[in-house]
Design a protein around this ligand. Structure first.
Ligand code: PLP
Length: 453
């Protein structure tokens, strides 16, 4: 391939990147990733970078699994495409729907496929509104979500999300979507205990339902652990109370499992980790370990009965794409074969916990938090008071992220919280490499801050 500098120049000239400014591409130079194996990326300069984010929280199996490519090639040769509209279907679509129905908790037995998490959440929005309209309650159409949630980038899913800087572009949220507080005890819990704060934040849902009128509220959507919002692990009191409130007011509960699904929190789904049974789950990312673009809404019997009885005028050309479905099936087969949940619970998560605990003595680290294999490190100038930095929010996190890059580590920042979501296959030895590089990045960030003082 061309030399890195030429690739960077071509990229800056022609390639529009999501969530990136031109400055990021030209002044700092974009990293060109050439190949990857296991948990390591290799860039065009030959640097080996430990990917503690599994791409965008998705490459759960790790990179370069030959079986995945073989299955994709076989399916491309056999049936590269057919749609699932009207009265047609195909074997990979059927098999994947059955597998997901088997894995999902409760009576979530029905699967509507999409090409991504955004598309699946758009499906959910239309599906819950259609559900109530079909039951003769078209006014039961409002959906409640949370501040700082991320549910995707399309108009519907972006509106469900609660990030104001996203809403500011393009006229979001669309009407009928409301956002309540997130269960972020570290930043917002003040003097309350975690448990009391969890209950208080859950009860904001009830307040919002009563304000809107339960007869007007179709659904509540939340990520079991808010991912892009900063790996916000809710207090144990939060989700059971949310479930109780939804049931009491006949509001459908949607768990967005796009990050939490498929082992990330130590169970197949985050709903199981937090002991709830939603009506609908959104899945994507880890469904195929990011090897093929696929998402889905997994729906319970009650909702499916109504939706299947009407003509739900919704679907995507690539709903249940046979190659993506075959790749997802292979991903799940490997997860079973390699006892991935056992690896997470008994090997990877304890090793990650040790690494995080060891970092807690660092002067910049306020707390570390972890659910299964998703974790975060809160940076603070003052541990005891959980204070925020005086500099604009996110500056220190950004500095730390850059120092991670310089130390060949991908760790993302959300504000001043570093977030971690490595491939689930990561070994204790690789977690040690992560910890050494993370400490170097923290030290360099600390030194920069001291220089500024
Ligand atoms: N939901 C959650 C919880 C996500 O984290 C994301 C993406 O990061 C999405 C939905 C959107 O998924 P996609 O990027 O596949 O559209």
């Amino acid at each position: 391939h061309l030399p890195t500098a030429e690739l960077q120049a071509l990229d800056a000239a022609h390639h529009m990147h999501p969530f990136t400014t031109n400055d990021d591409l030209t002044a700092k130079g974009v990293r060109v990733i050439a190949r990857a194996k296991g948990v390591y990326l290799t860039d065009t300069d030959g640097n080996e970078i430990l990917d503690a984010m599994a791409g965008l929280w998705c490459v759960n199996l790790g990179y370069g699994r030959p079986e995945m490519g073989q299955v994709a090639a076989r399916q491309m040769n056999e049936l590269p495409y057919y749609n699932t509209f009207f009265q047609t279907t195909h074997v990979p679509g059927i098999a994947l729907a059955k597998e997901l129905a088997d894995l999902a908790p409760g009576d979530l037995n029905h699967v509507f496929f999409a090409g991504s998490g955004s598309e699946a959440n758009d499906t959910n929005l239309r599906m819950v509104r259609t559900y109530w309209a079909e039951l003769g309650k078209p006014e039961k159409s409002h959906v409640i979500s949370r501040k700082n949630a991320y549910h995707g980038s399309s108009m519907g899913s972006g509106s469900l999300g609660g990030m104001t800087y996203i809403h500011e572009q393009g006229g979001m949220p669309i009407p009928g979507i409301h956002h309540i507080g997130q269960p972020d005890w570290w930043s917002e819990g003040g003097d309350m205990t975690r448990e009391d704060f969890g209950l208080a934040r859950a009860r904001e849902l009830e307040e919002k339902i009563l304000e809107l009128g339960a007869e007007n509220v179709a659904a509540f959507i939340g990520e079991p652990v808010q991912g892009a919002g900063g790996v916000i692990i809710p207090p144990s009191t939060y989700w059971p109370e949310i479930q109780r409130i939804c049931r009491k007011h006949d509001v459908l509960l949607i768990a967005d499992e796009v990050i939490c699904g498929f082992g990330r929190t130590g169970n197949w789904f985050g709903a199981q980790t937090f002991d709830i049974i939603p009506d609908i789950m959104t899945v994507a990312k880890g469904l195929s370990s990011g090897y093929a673009p696929i998402g889905a809404s997994i729906v319970n019997d009650k909702v499916a009965k109504v939706i299947n009885a009407c003509e739900f005028s919704h679907g995507y050309t690539y709903s249940g794409h046979p190659v993506c479905a075959a790749v997802a099936l292979e991903n799940l087969r490997i997860m079973h074969e390699e006892n991935m949940l056992d690896h997470i619970r008994n090997v990877a998560a304890p090793a990650l916990q040790n690494a995080l605990s060891a970092l807690e003595d660092h002067p910049l680290v306020g707390e570390t938090a972890r659910s299964g294999m998703m974790a975060s490190i809160a940076l603070t100038p003052h541990k005891e008071s959980r204070a925020a930095f005086a500099s604009p929010k996110g500056d220190v996190g950004y500095m730390c992220r850059e120092h991670c890059f310089a130390n060949n580590l991908v760790m993302r920042h959300v504000g001043d919280r570093m977030v971690i979501s490595p491939p689930l296959v990561i070994t204790p030895e690789e977690i040690e490499v992560f910890a050494t590089r993370a400490r170097k990045a923290l030290d360099a960030t600390y030194a920069d801050l001291k220089d500024k003082d």
